[in-house]
Structures are given as structure tokens and as C-alpha cells.
Ligand binder design. Structure first.
Ligand SMILES: Cc1cc2nc3c(=O)[nH]c(=O)nc-3n(C[C@H](O)[C@H](O)[C@H](O)COP(=O)(O)O)c2cc1C
Length: 299
């Protein structure tokens, strides 16, 4: 009823947990039945360790949150040694989110992960600075194409390209990822935003700006999923403010083949399990045999 395939990955249901909101899964083992998840996307790793941005890194906003973590992580060597043994044993598809300072770093990361059997796929976090021109890789269709192409050449694993909503036309970036051989696209990453403390006159984030997520971004994310899914042939994985099964179903009706739960994990760690059950209940109630039958039904 809920099975789905993304690239080579077979998922028992379409509910994944989003990168950066679920750590490396062990942090959630006592709060969530990890085996029930469709897939786990790990927090973005980079080639070398990164300290991340200055504090404070998180602030609450009306109906959402701002974060500027700055991709803090210990680098790929530590990840493989310290995190992979646990991730390998969970028994659900494990998708590793990677990011690089340039194409070579993406290439090296993908090549190293390609050798690890327990990894099902790679999600490319291309919301990283573009070294050829100002902005992010995900804001430039040529750079997006180049990064995806380089990764595609070096890995036989499923490649998912994660898109930024901070663009004028997200469809052209999705098309570039598809043309370069991405197996799927996931959208959206956070929206660039800021919040100011009026007493001090300072930004509430050490990095001044940060990424906005949560319920406030859902209508925009949903529109983007709707738009992209109509214009490409590879699966779209939707996310942005999904807090419950109803939200997840909206994304599926808009055209998402699977969904990711992000900020909601911080509010209610067990929410992904509830979303899986909620989607099942919806399918039964509406006498829908396979959940694929409702993907993109809202035209
Ligand atoms: C605290 C925090 C950390 C995040 N870290 C990452 C990350 O490391 N890599 C990434 O691709 N996305 C990261 N994201 C973005 C989420 O994966 C997701 O794309 C975004 O938050 C939108 O979904 P949501 O509204 O359900 O949270 C992070 C989001 C939050 C709130």
C-alpha cells in the first residue's frame, strides 16, 4: 500500500526524516521506532570538519524557526568511523547528505561513500557557496549541473539533489539536476531570513541571517513541489513545514513521491511514526489501494 521506489532505493513507506533535524539517528533511538521510517537522511557532512557559525544559531519565529548552524560536523573520516557502524544496523535505507566547497569535494565525498555497502543513497546539499559566481550552487543551473554530473560519474548509488527555494525559478534548477543524471530532487531547503532583537538592535542570530523552516514555509514549499513535479520526469521528494499526516498528504497530492519531516522532529520527535499511520488511515478511508495513485492528483 505504501511501498515506493526512488532511484534504486526501495522504501516501505514514503516518510523520511530530513537532513539536520534528526542528527545521525542514534540521538532519536529512544524516541522513535527507527525501523518504521521510510528512510533516514543524515545531517550534512563535509570533507573536513567544520566548526559552524557563531552562537546563537537558532531562534524561534511566528510559526517557524530560523537556524544558522553552518554545517557543523566532524568531517567524513569521523562520520565513517563513528556514525556508520550504528547507521548500518538500523535496517532502513540510509541516505547520506553531503556538501562541498567545490566540485572536487563533492566528487571525493561521493566516491568514498560509494564504497560503503550499507549506504543506499546520497543527498546533495547544494545550498553551499558557488565559487564561480556570487550566491549558492543551488541558485545557478550550470553549477548545479556540474556538481550533479561529477557525483553521478563516481557513484552507482541513488543520487538525490536537494534544491534551495531561494531562487526565481526553481524548475530550471530541478531540470539541470535531472539532465545531469540525478535520480530525484528533494525540495525545499530553508528560506533565507532574519530576526532582530529590538532592545539591542542586533540580529537574533550570530550569523545575522539564517534559514527559515516550519509551518510558515509550507504554502510556498507546496507550490514549488507542484510546479517542479509537473516539469520533470524524476521523482520529487517534498518537504517544508510538514507537521502531520494532512500536511504530508498535501505534498503527495501536489506531486511528491515521498516526503521529509524536518522541524517537526524538534517539536515532537515521534511525529514521523504518526505521519506514517495517518497516511495509511487516509488511504483506507478513501479506498485508495496504492499511495502512488494520489501522487500529483491536484492539478
Ligand atoms: C536546525 C536545522 C538544521 C538543518 N540542517 C540541515 C543540513 O545539515 N542539511 C540540509 O540539507 N538541510 C538542513 N536543514 C533543512 C531541513 O532539512 C529542511 O530542508 C527544512 O528545514 C525545511 O523543512 P521543515 O520545514 O520540515 O523543517 C536544517 C533545518 C533545521 C531546522
Amino acid at each position: 500500500m505504501m511501498k515506493i521506489k526512488i532511484g534504486k532505493i526501495e522504501l516501505k513507506n514514503p516518510v523520511m526524516v530530513a537532513s539536520g533535524t534528526f542528527g545521525y539517528a542514534k540521538e532519536f533511538e529512544k524516541l522513535v521506532n527507527l525501523k518504521h521510517l521510510g528512510a533516514i537522511i543524515t545531517k550534512t557532512i563535509t570533507l573536513n570538519p567544520r566548526q559552524g557559525n557563531p552562537m546563537p544559531r537558532i531562534c524561534e519565529t511566528a510559526s517557524g524557526m530560523l537556524n544558522a548552524i553552518g554545517l557543523q560536523n566532524e568531517g567524513i573520516d569521523d562520520f565513517i568511523k563513528e556514525k556508520m557502524p550504528y547507521l548500518s544496523k538500523i535496517g532502513v535505507p540510509i541516505i547520506i547528505s553531503i556538501s562541498g566547497n567545490n566540485i572536487d569535494e563533492f566528487f571525493i565525498l561521493a566516491r568514498r561513500l560509494n564504497k560503503i555497502k550499507a549506504i543506499s543513497g546520497i543527498e546533495l546539499n547544494i545550498s553551499c557557496p558557488n565559487i564561480k559566481c556570487r550566491g549558492l550552487v543551488a541558485q545557478d543551473k550550470k553549477e548545479t549541473y556540474e556538481v550533479v554530473k561529477a557525483v553521478r560519474k563516481t557513484t552507482s548509488k541513488t543520487v538525490i539533489t536537494k534544491l534551495s527555494p531561494n531562487v526565481t525559478d526553481i524548475t530550471e534548477i530541478a531540470k539541470a539536476a535531472e539532465d545531469a543524471g540525478s535520480d530525484a530532487v528533494s525540495l525545499v531547503n530553508t528560506f533565507l531570513g532574519m530576526a532582530i532583537d529590538v532592545e539591542t538592535g542586533k540580529s537574533k542570530l550570530g550569523n545575522i541571517t539564517g534559514g527559515l523552516s516550519g509551518p510558515c514555509i509550507k504554502p510556498i514549499a507546496l507550490r514549488m513541489v507542484h510546479e517542479v513535479s509537473r516539469n520533470i520526469d524524476i521523482p520529487v521528494i517534498g518537504m517544508g513545514g510538514i507537521m502531520n499526516a494532512g500536511d504530508a498528504i498535501e505534498f503527495i497530492l501536489a506531486g511528491a513521491t515521498a516526503i521529509q519531516v524536518g522541524t517537526a522532529n524538534f517539536i515532537e520527535p515521534g511525529v514521523s511514526g504518526k505521519i506514517i499511520k495517518g497516511i495509511e488511515a487516509y488511504l483506507k478511508k478513501h479506498k485508495i489501494k496504492k499511495f502512488q495513485d494520489i501522487i500529483g492528483r491536484t492539478t
